[in-house]
Design a protein around this ligand. Structure first.
Ligand SMILES: [Zn+2]
Length: 152
């Protein structure tokens, strides 16, 4: 019984599993699911997980993710796994990979940073893990917490 009882399986689409517990709503925002959506989405939060203690899961019907979305998910949930489903079968499964540098994805919190100026340049951060830490390449400002809120 492969957790089919918890949330329904999907015919075509994507299962984002091993999301850091409590981050499912941020993941939904990243993939553009807002109130009023017509997308078929299942969400489970704080599900017991052998590997993680607790985890969240998001299943979305009829949709695959682009690399920008996967990069964003990796920042808030570095152990998430992406499962691509076709005809109810997993055709591809991978763990997100934290990029070492991210451009134009996260807003710098320093209001005086050149990336927040009137003629802004694209933000650019170096990324390190455990915990996920972003360092602005222009002003050295560091972002460790609430990364989801800084996503562009
Ligand atoms: Zn900055």
């Amino acid at each position: 019984m492969k957790n089919g009882l918890l949330i329904r399986s999907i015919e075509h689409g994507t299962v984002i599993d091993h999301i850091t517990a409590g981050q499912a709503l941020s993941v939904m925002r990243i993939i553009g699911i807002k109130s009023g959506t017509s997308a078929v989405v299942s969400v489970a939060m704080n599900v017991p997980s052998r590997a993680m203690g607790l985890k969240d899961i998001v299943k979305i019907e009829g949709r695959e993710l682009d690399s920008r979305e996967v990069d964003k998910i990796s920042l808030i949930s570095p152990d998430a796994t992406i499962n691509i489903i076709r005809d109810y079968a997993v055709v591809s499964k991978y763990t997100v990979e934290l990029p070492s540098e991210i451009r134009g994805i996260v807003r710098c919190r320093n209001p005086n940073c050149i990336t927040n100026s009137d003629e802004p340049v694209a933000s650019d951060f170096t990324v390190t893990k455990n915990p996920v830490t972003l360092r602005c390449r222009y002003c050295d400002h560091i972002i460790v917490s609430d990364i989801a809120e800084q996503l562009i």
